[in-house]
Design a protein around this ligand. Sequence first.
Ligand SMILES: CC(C)(CNC(=O)c1ccc(Oc2ccccc2)cc1)c1ccc2c(N)nc(N)nc2n1
Length: 332
Amino acid sequence: MSERKIPKEVIEEVERLREEIEYHNYRYYVLNDPVITDEEYDKLMRRLIELERMYPELVTPDSPTQRVGGKVLEGFKTVKHSVPMLSLDNTYNEEEILEFDRRVKKTLQEAEVEYVAELKIDGVSIALRYENGKFVLGATRGDGIEGEDVSENVKTVRSIPLRLRKPVTVEVRGEIYMPVDEFKRLNDEREEEGLPPFANPRNAAAGTLRQLNTALVAARRLDSFIYYVVHPENYGLKTQWEALQFLKELGFKVNPHSKLCKNIQEVIDYWREWEERKKELDYWVDGVVVKVNRFDFQRILGETSKAPRWAIAFKFPAEQARTRVLDVTIQV
Ligand SMILES: CC(C)(CNC(=O)c1ccc(Oc2ccccc2)cc1)c1ccc2c(N)nc(N)nc2n1
């Protein structure tokens, strides 16, 4: 068949619709501050779906129409991480976090060290790659060295941008989680269908990301918080706090409660505050991640094969034993 000529104005309309729809996704799902009504949004999306149906050759992997899923995959390819996805050592009380601070200061020979305190979301770790600002890969943590390519499922997470607000080539990492009210709705649905309920939102998010039917993933409301830039020095970033601002500028959803702490006492105050306030949140958190803020200090402290020496998880006391017993990772 001869290459059909696509009218220039169609190509321009498709491109404009994509930009506009992704912008409204950003406003609604990242900023939680929409500027158009749902009806106006649906109208834009219906027009784009119609044009892509008329001209399938115009469909691109990063088109917002790919967010509604509809593919049934055979399986997930394995992908090697560019740098390992490390885990975190745990501390459970103030004495242990003070010990962490002492060890950091001793290694650095510094009297004062700033930290960034970030809520530890009870979700699934994810690595996201972008080339010239376009989404190209979403991978699970796996064993930290290799993970699964779950890109088709990640595209259905509305708060994860398909196009960044700057055309940079970057890899970022964060957490995909299921909001509590979606977790409850899903478990009610499973009960009606005679299926076993998920033990917690983390298992529900993990089980959803492992689904091969992307339309099913799109039907479940997963969300995200991004907290890490791979090779931040490549972007002129000197601290974790600057990295979080950079992630926001790129269009990622960054947790609004992170705090730059002048010293470990401010970290402890933050941990006490959120031990109380966590019930206000519409997602589960199991602690606070404490990170040495300056990247030059992080480089001096380094990492073991498993975890950084410049970061630690400061866990909240576990709820009553019941949830701990239930909290087994059910392989779906
Ligand atoms: C700090 C880090 C472990 C990420 N960092 C890394 O994975 C990482 C990976 C290679 C690094 O450097 C290397 C580069 C090359 C080779 C080896 C290490 C440095 C950090 C982490 C882990 C879990 C987190 C979580 N659940 N919530 C928040 N809020 N933050 C978290 N932060």
